[in-house]
Design a protein around this ligand. Structure first.
Ligand SMILES: [Zn+2]
Length: 77
């Protein structure tokens, strides 16, 4: 459980894992899981425990960010 109440492990069965690079993971939202930052459904969830990450250009989709004690979560809408 995290400070915000979002628990990726609890939602794990509702997310399809696309990639796993150890400290970076990408999931697809396949069951309408709500973003803990804005309360709306998201398309993809990226999580990492790395200190710094850079992202390639995207199509302008909105992002929400959640920081917990164990990782940073990026929700793409
Ligand atoms: Zn959001």
């Amino acid at each position: 459980m995290t400070d915000t109440g979002f628990d990726v492990h609890a939602e794990r069965h509702r997310l399809k894992q696309l990639t796993d690079d150890g400290d970076m993971k990408l999931f697809e939202n396949r069951d309408g899981v709500e973003c803990p930052a804005c309360g709306r459904g998201f398309d993809r969830l990226f999580s990492t425990s790395r200190e710094s990450v850079s992202f390639p250009e995207n199509d302008g989709s909105r992002f929400c960010l959640l920081r917990t004690s164990e990782a940073v979560y990026l929700f793409r809408h």
